[in-house]
Design a protein around this ligand. Sequence first.
Ligand SMILES: Cc1cc2nc3c(=O)[nH]c(=O)nc-3n(C[C@H](O)[C@H](O)[C@H](O)COP(=O)(O)OP(=O)(O)OC[C@H]3O[C@@H](n4cnc5c(N)ncnc54)[C@H](O)[C@@H]3O)c2cc1C
Length: 464
Amino acid sequence: MLTAYADTNAAIAAINVVDVDHYLLKPWEPPEEKLYPVIDELLAAWQRDGHTAERKIKILGHPWSAPSYQVRDFLARNLVPYRWYNVAEPEGQRMMAAAGVTPDDIPVVITSDGEPLIRPEPAQLATAVGLSTMPAEEFYDLVIVGGGPAGLGAAVYGASEGLRTVIIERAAAGGQAGQSSRIENYLGFPDGVSGGQLTDRARRQALRLGAELITARTAVGLEIQGPARRVVFDDGTSVLTKTVLLATGVSYRRLPADGLDDLVGRGVYYGSAATQATACAGDHVVIVGGANSAGQAAVFFSRHAARVTMAVRGDSLERSMSSYLIEQIAAIDTIDVRTCTQVDHCGGSDHLECVTLVDARTGEAQQVDAGHLFVFIGAAPLTDWLPAGVVRDDAGFVRSGPDLVVDGQRPAGWDLDREPYLLESSIPGVFVAGDVRSESVKRVASAVGEGALAVTLVHRYLAE
Ligand SMILES: Cc1cc2nc3c(=O)[nH]c(=O)nc-3n(C[C@H](O)[C@H](O)[C@H](O)COP(=O)(O)OP(=O)(O)OC[C@H]3O[C@@H](n4cnc5c(N)ncnc54)[C@H](O)[C@@H]3O)c2cc1C
């Protein structure tokens, strides 16, 4: 959008209402400084998004197949462009015949070399599309578990300050932030920024500075071997390191509604499934939750769906959502906010077709037709895989620093002649940053800041 200085409000409204990517203010002289670099950057980002790239990877699947959704979601979150073929349509059937596969084989991924991968596992898929799935070295200075803002922040500082650094990420770099349709409160982005764009920049920055990123590997064990720490992966392989940063964030809590579990990936999604945006066209979408993430999703899907219903357990949005979002939602006619409301039942044979909502004040149940339901109901840390020596609070968040010293007593097994550093866990050399840390502020900026601070403490630990 091209506008004049006096019209900045129009530009901000355009960003909020129709998702304008960027606006330029006149005058833009000298263009070498004010115009060309901005256009270059926009074109480069557009190319990276795959809009112009030839989409060599093809997915043959069914819109209501959960494994097909998982494959699409994995590639989309890792910013790998692909072409989608619905096997229920003639073009998809032609592709199936050409690849020599049957509907029982879906999802089928055809990579650039033409080889069909039948129902690929994430690690197999990652390798096939050129993502690293195995660490290149045997021994690192810093292994970061989790590639969200905290992990990426730590990788940028760790790698740029000379530490041999690797990030282990089970799904896609970016974490929760990568799924946010627009982050409004991150410093330095006055017009907001999509989570995907922000975390893609961070990922590229970390790689350019020398960090390694391993995708589709889940850390399932942490062993202490004298001064070394071993991080074990889900396929039984492992990597050795001097220090570890736990940056595993949080995952959505399961919604305990009758019939819902069977429909996950077939109309029911945890978090914001951007790949489903076009499939929601003309549909009724139900969003469960009342915090900012649910509000962002309601605004996002209202651009595609005919109607959006927000099912909010609390009696108002004010306590859980930022006022700018409440105002945006109030201004969109097609969003209906139902407070004191819970999802009781999800129904549908092949995919989600209806949702039963219950008003907690009156007990009244209403069945509504809906093809999509997105769940945003708070989050829990997934820290069960850590050894007992890593002290956690009652909810499973990892305790660190001063929180570990109770009545002057250091944590059990702590054998150093000092107290744990600010972000150090109860195991020396194992640090924690971001949402997974007990009492942390659940924000992108805090996660990035903690990741950076953790690297300073890693240096201090290595110098001991
Ligand atoms: C939809 C949405 C919108 C949001 N909007 C905003 C906003 O506008 N402003 C704001 O400040 N905050 C926002 N937040 C919150 C913000 O995104 C989080 O606070 C932030 O992402 C936390 O970063 P993190 O790195 O600690 O964890 P996460 O972002 O949760 O990243 C953790 C990563 O670790 C990986 N992982 C977990 N376990 C393992 C394992 N065992 N092995 C390997 N990898 C593992 C996960 O796959 C994930 O990628 C939003 C969150 C959501 C969900």
